[in-house]
Design a protein around this ligand. Structure first.
Ligand code: KG4
Ligand code: ZN
Length: 354
């Protein structure tokens, strides 16, 4: 009879407290894991008034939410804690205090249940969401693009656990640019979805905004100049006054023009990486991949190159614990964490072992 492993996964890298129960074949059986349950408690309401994530508030909210989320994930999966075979937790990259809450909960559970603890990379998880969402198709090897609030990075991914960093942003991440521009336009936090709504049906060519490194053959991104250009479009050259110079139509057109500039660069740089690598598969993950206009444009580019595109549904693009299913291949490769495992705030280039 086929044997499976039941994994309890915890995600607390930034401002979502999430837990999931995942089931997957135990070697020698092979196959892609499936999600039994996945729950997310968003902290958006807590951070909104500050226009961004406040790390201390995030940590405290994780402390309150992590056990209820774990209970909820177990109940929804119909699984008892005693049936869990391993605990997975994202230990990098993220906010230190936030990461520590998830790791501490994971360690306590692993110790109490006497099961292995598996540390996962949040970005590796964002890309593995492509495989979870397409269990019948082979995603790897592929070019991986992570576009989130903290990262805009291209990878060559040879397997779920073996990736090479090709290049990333030199300043803001794409999601961060959405959030900052939305904040300039007083759209609230998080900015991505609000800005996308405002841009819908508006003219993406109304404002000539910069597209940094578009004609540079290095796999690098920059969005800070674009943000400044939006500031000047809103308040005039050098932003000498606080007065907003645009009417409602102008604001919609500016949102559409900004979105178009970000998407143009993301699509062009990803195309460049695909052509250069010769790979015929593309996996995309992270919150910005929930953007409908980006999804349309990246799909058209991939189709034009004859490349298979793997992009999860929006709920698996934004932060969640289900993507920590990447812990199962790690577990089966014997990459288990010790109880003295620590968190890492910054980027650990995938490919380097924890
Ligand atoms: O992956 P994620 O949930 O968290 C990080 O790992 O950072 O990504 C969050 C980011 C935020 O910057 C948010 O504004 C952006 O993803 N985002 C979007 C959309 N939905 C979320 N950006 C553009 N359009 C969207 N629909
Ligand atoms: Zn993320």
């Amino acid at each position: 009879m086929e044997q499976t492993d039941l994994l309890l996964a915890i995600e607390t890298t930034c401002d979502e407290t999430a837990a999931a129960v995942i089931e997957g074949p135990r070697p020698p059986d092979v196959g892609v894991p499936w999600v039994r349950s996945s729950v997310v408690a968003s902290q958006v309401g807590l951070h909104q008034r500050y226009g961004g994530v406040v790390p201390e508030i995030a940590s405290r909210a994780h402390v309150r939410q992590v056990l209820p989320m774990i209970d909820e994930a177990l109940v929804r999966a119909g699984v008892a804690l005693a049936e869990i075979d391993a605990i997975a937790v994202a230990t990098r990259p993220g906010l230190v205090g936030a990461l520590i809450v998830g790791l501490t909960a994971a360690k306590a559970l692993a110790l109490a249940l006497d099961v292995p603890l598996v540390a996962v990379d949040h970005l590796e998880g964002h890309l593995y969401a492509c495989q979870l969402a397409h269990p019948d198709r082979q995603v790897y090897p592929c070019i991986g693009l992570v576009v989130s609030g903290g990262h805009t990075s291209l990878y060559r991914c040879d397997s779920p656990l073996e990736s090479t960093f090709l290049g990333g942003t030199t300043d803001d991440a794409a999601g961060e640019a959405f959030d900052k521009v939305a904040s300039l336009m007083k759209l609230g936090y998080p900015g991505g979805p609000a800005l996308e709504r405002l841009a819908r049906g508006r003219n993406p060519r109304a404002f000539a905004l910069p597209r940094s490194f578009l004609h540079d053959d290095r796999p690098i991104f920059s969005f800070s100049g674009l943000k400044t250009a939006v500031l000047y479009a809103l308040h005039g050259q050098n932003a000498r006054s606080d007065e907003v110079l645009l009417d409602e139509t102008g604001l919609g057109d500016l949102a559409a023009s900004f979105q178009e500039a970000v998407v143009d660069v993301l699509v062009a740089k990803t195309r460049q990486a695909l052509v250069r690598s010769g790979l015929k598969r593309l996996g995309v993950g992270g919150g910005v991949a929930a953007n409908a206009h980006f999804r349309e444009r990246i799909a058209a580019m991939a189709a034009g190159l004859g490349v298979d595109l793997f992009i999860p549904p929006p709920s698996l693009c934004t932060d969640n614990a289900a993507m920590a299913a990447v812990a199962l291949p790690r577990l089966h490769a014997g990459q288990v964490a010790d109880l003295d495992a620590d968190v890492t705030a910054g980027l650990v280039r995938p490919g380097r072992k924890p």
